[in-house]
Design a protein around this ligand. Structure first.
Ligand SMILES: Cc1cc2nc3c(=O)[nH]c(=O)nc-3n(C[C@H](O)[C@H](O)[C@H](O)COP(=O)(O)O)c2cc1C
Length: 171
């Protein structure tokens, strides 16, 4: 079983091409529901989520950032909003945890997604009507996968993992 879970993690990909096939709202809600269980500092849960399925909104969002184009072909997106007042030091970290929970939940449901960076994007904040005191962290573009990308290159284990102290090689 544990091998299966590891394989599940290793098979998640950024999916940027989507089938022209509806994604039921229930599935999106299910993924957001899972995100409520992400870990956060002091269990503050400084997050909120906006599910967007409106085609015009998706299209508009796709033009608001150079790397947001997958939103044009997406059937839905989920915006992750954090609360700097509730967790000044960790809201972005906590929000990233929740974003990954959603991404993995979508993967478990067979849906494809890609993280679109939305930090400090005032145009996106305005379109989504994010209040001034909240932070738009990320947008996950979502749809049924129309591509099966190979894994992106990764640094070698020896380059990033040490034993007992920084810089001491594993072997
Ligand atoms: C914080 C963050 C921001 C990202 N922003 C974008 C983005 O704006 N547009 C995009 O197409 N992909 C974006 N990605 C996806 C990365 O390019 C992708 O995760 C990386 O290339 C590794 O590929 P993989 O997700 O298939 O493993 C982002 C990922 C993260 C974690």
């Amino acid at each position: 079983m544990s091998e299966k879970f590891l394989d599940f993690l290793l098979t998640r990909r950024s999916i940027r091409r989507f089938e022209d096939k509806e994604v039921l709202l229930d599935l999106l809600v299910k993924a957001v529901d899972v995100a409520r269980f992400a870990p956060s500092a002091h269990n503050n849960q400084p997050w909120e989520f906006i599910i967007v399925t409106d085609k015009d909104k998706l299209e508009a969002l796709s033009t608001m950032y150079r790397w947001a184009r997958p939103l044009k072909r997406a059937k839905a997106c989920i915006a992750i909003v954090t609360d700097p007042e509730l967790s000044p030091r960790t809201h972005l970290i906590d929000g990233a945890n929740a974003t990954m929970y959603i991404w993995l939940a979508l993967h478990a449901l067979g849906l494809g997604a890609v993280w679109i960076n939305a930090l400090e994007n005032e145009e996106m904040e305005k379109l989504l009507k994010i209040p001034e005191n909240k932070t738009l962290l990320a947008i996950l573009a979502i749809g049924w996968p129309a591509e099966k990308p190979e894994p992106r290159p990764r640094k070698k284990l020896e380059e990033v993992a040490y034993l007992e102290e920084y810089g001491r090689k594993l072997k």
